[in-house]
Design a protein around this ligand. Structure first.
Ligand SMILES: Nc1ncnc2c1ncn2[C@@H]1O[C@H](COP(=O)(O)OP(=O)(O)OP(=O)(O)O)[C@@H](O)[C@H]1O
Length: 730
């Protein structure tokens, strides 16, 4: 396999020479200790040992020598390549991973399990120069109260007494008067700055004053388009509270995942403020006779950047056309945390002489690139040098972790924050639904019991149970709703999710955002970290990068996003917290401490591997998660491929981070076969299609509706090739 133990593995390892020499100074007998530590930890394997075995992808060969020769030949051709992280043998083969017969052959009872060392043959962790970055600033709060506006007294008392708000945020102070004046507006303000009320307050103020009074049967007076179901529910909740004193106005929400029939019935009865995800609204426009827009006075397009990233431009066009056909005169508002070309173009077609409300200070300094290597890469990313406003009170970190160590490092981080520092609420972002499911199963079955086990008895972990939740687009709507509510209301816990939770969701008191996979767009980074440090409170974020991705930190800096580096060893030291604390006063980690740390990390990794290999089902789940991870990795946009290229992934090392002892056979061929297909990533433009978002239908079956809005895979089947309004301007 493309792993790293035994003679086979040293072939790959030779390429990383200096790094390992340097590391060996810290722990002189690394190799021998590793073997020893594996022997020492052998007994714990009994826990999941239903089918333990000696696993090698070349078990069909006659002798070990033969295997080595074959592997040497195989590696010869790629030996000259610079990185030691590489996908071996990507020649397409047609077999699916589920049918891998080798796994079955290898399952022999009682043979000791041989796995590669976690700490050997990893690529060097590069130094990231600390850059001084001047963050884009945005003042969140003002001292102005809602009483200063000419609002209905009941509306003011609802704001003060029900929502417990007295002063306005900056975006509210600037937007509400403009909208009360009847103007259109394009509003840009950072995440968690109170944009929902910035349009909600003037909307309710305006509708409550309509004479004669609005009647339910009049149908919609306001249409609010929102990208995701959770966000639709959240905004609906806010509007419902605001509208409470004005009982004659009826708000309602339409979204994917709900029964169409009952929605039709509600539409027939009448909804005056209609909040909807775009796909579902288009569905009703086309199929529901009794939806009438002739009285619509307001159109709000919330999270406009997200709507475009998800490829909803065609749906928005359909909605705009339907509204214009029924009644042209209305007030339009477009809100976004980031201002992209797409958002400006959407503003161009949906707003009339709008007031531009930008809360973020304009960019002040030029992009910073320091390392030599950046010169070439700079070329690739210069097209997209917009700056983002990130809450000042958000502390951002990166950690550089070799692929093999990702899983244990993430686990150590979760243990550190959620077991040792008690009240912590964390969101961990993964790149696919399968990855979320896999890690959820793994953590609930291994990490939770492990954190309470005698293995970690010496640690001063708190008695509280770690609670894991998961949220992704493959879940049923009802389950999604429940998880959203549960996590919103809980004081602590870890939510594992895809980007379905990245934007707009107001999940209170989140203390840590972990990006286990880097986002494909910088705007996505901003939205993910925007789930913490909301509305003036503090928060932290951590981005995992592998050594080959490390220079992505410079890209963040060039967009005035300031990150500090956290050391992997520091995170792993969680495993020895008590002992480590005592030694902390010294200048260096002593070799013995470092060795203990490695042994503890190896123990946990083995627990994971034993669990993964305990049944066919868990093994398959891990393989699917690995496969979907690599597929998602293959879809980074061209301008980021210099940091995230699928060919720089070492399959064996990456497999290890999914608890797999070996790289699954035929996985690479399956991936490469699929790689040639178009895969959707939000906001990623593909060549040959006029720069528009594409591949959505294929993505639906490949990444399985990670960003689904409730229509499921079949929804896209009948759709024709899209035309788009937002063709890239020459
Ligand atoms: N004037 C205010 N004072 C204090 N808190 C407020 C105020 N206005 C809104 N909030 C609270 O701030 C939080 C974030 O608001 P909201 O979700 O509208 O932000 P947002 O700008 O839309 O964020 P995102 O861009 O991430 O969607 C909510 O919990 C809301 O109750």
């Amino acid at each position: 396999m493309a792993g790293d133990d035994g003679s086979i593995l040293n072939i790959a390892g030779n390429r990383g020479g200096p790094a390992f020499r340097r590391r060996k100074k810290v722990c002189p007998r690394e190799g021998s200790r590793d073997v020893q530590s594996q022997r020492q930890t052998q007994p714990i394997e009994g826990k999941y040992q239903k089918q333990q075995n000696s696993r090698s992808d070349h078990s069909s060969l006659n002798s070990p020598n033969q295997k080595v020769q074959i592997m040497k030949r195989k590696y010869k051709s790629i030996e000259k390549l610079p990185q030691c992280e590489r996908l071996p043998n990507l020649a397409p083969k047609k077999r699916k991973i589920e049918e891998d017969p080798v796994d079955k052959v290898k399952m022999k009872e009682g043979t000791p399990v041989k796995t590669s060392s976690l700490f050997k043959n990893n690529p060097e962790i590069p130094e990231i120069p600390r850059q001084t970055v001047k963050m884009v600033k945005e003042k969140v709060f003002t001292t102005n109260s809602f009483d200063e506006l000419q609002l209905h007294p009941h509306l003011v008392s609802t704001l003060n007494n029900v929502l417990k708000l007295s002063t306005m945020t900056s975006v509210q102070k600037q937007t509400i008067p403009v909208l009360l004046d009847g103007k259109d507006a394009l509003v840009q303000s950072q995440t968690g700055s109170g944009k929902t009320l910035a349009y909600g307050v003037p909307l309710v103020q305006s509708l409550q004053s309509v004479q004669p009074k609005i009647q339910r049967s009049d149908g919609p007076y306001a249409v609010v388009i929102i990208p995701t179901r959770e966000l639709a529910l959240q905004s609906f909740d806010t509007i419902q509270k605001l509208i409470k004193p004005f009982t004659w106005i009826v708000p309602g929400v339409l979204m994917g995942g709900e029964k169409r029939k009952s929605e039709k019935a509600r539409l027939r009865k009448g909804i005056n403020i209609l909040l909807s995800t775009p796909g579902r609204l288009v569905d009703h426009i086309k199929n529901t006779k009794n939806i009438c827009f002739s009285r619509v006075q307001w159109l709000v397009i919330d999270e406009a950047d997200r709507l475009l990233d998800l490829g909803f431009e065609k749906d928005i066009t359909v909605i705009l056309n339907a509204l214009n056909a029924a009644h042209e005169k209305r007030q339009n508002v477009l809100l976004s945390a980031t201002l992209t070309d797409g958002v400006n173009r959407l503003a161009g077609i949906s707003l009339k002489e709008p007031a531009n409300i930008y809360i973020t200070e304009p960019r002040q300094s030029k992009p910073v690139f320091t390392t030599k290597q950046m010169t070439a890469k700079q070329e690739n990313i210069k097209e997209d040098l917009e700056c983002f406003s990130i809450p000042e009170q958000l502390q951002q970190f990166i950690v550089i972790v070799p692929s093999k160590l990702r899983l244990v490092t993430l686990s150590a981080f979760i243990l550190q924050k959620c077991k040792m520092e008690k009240i912590q609420k964390m969101i961990v972002f993964f790149s696919s639904c399968e990855s979320v499911e896999f890690h959820y199963t793994l953590f609930t079955n291994v990490l939770t019991p492990y954190s309470d086990s005698k293995e970690l008895k010496h640690l001063s972990f708190s008695a509280c149970k770690m609670q894991f939740l998961r949220l992704h687009g493959n879940m049923e709507q009802e389950a999604r709703k429940q998880v959203f509510l549960e996590f919103s209301q809980s004081k602590m816990g870890v939510l594992l999710c895809t980007d379905v939770a990245a934007r707009g969701l107001d999940l209170p008191e989140v203390t840590w955002i972990v990006q286990y996979s880097a986002p494909s767009l910088l705007a996505e980074y901003v939205h993910r970290v925007g789930r913490t440090a909301r509305i003036g409170s503090c928060g932290n974020s951590l981005l995992f990068l592998t050594p080959s991705e490390a220079e992505y930190a410079n890209v963040l800096a060039s967009h005035q996003i300031s990150v500090s580096e956290m050391k992997m060893e520091g995170i792993l030291s969680t495993f020895l917290m008590d002992r480590f604390r005592r030694k902390q006063s010294g200048h260096k980690l002593e070799a013995t401490i470092l060795q203990e740390l490695r042994e503890s990390a190896t123990t946990l990794q083995k627990e994971y591997e034993n669990y993964v290999h305990s049944t066919e089902e868990t093994l398959l789940q891990a393989k699917k998660a690995l496969q979907s991870f690599i597929r998602a990795y293959a879809t980074y946009p061209a301008n980021l491929k210099c940091f995230f290229h699928v060919k720089t992934l070492h399959l064996g090392h990456t497999a290890k981070s999914f608890g797999l002892r070996d790289a699954p056979q035929n996985l690479s061929s399956t991936i490469m076969a699929n790689h040639s297909k178009k895969i959707f990533r939000p906001g990623v433009k593909r060549s040959g299609l006029g720069g528009r978002l594409c591949g959505k239908r294929k993505m639906a079956s490949l990444l399985q509706s990670e960003y689904s809005n409730g229509f499921g895979v079949n929804f896209y089947k009948g759709k024709k090739k899209r035309n788009t309004l937002f063709k890239k301007k020459p």
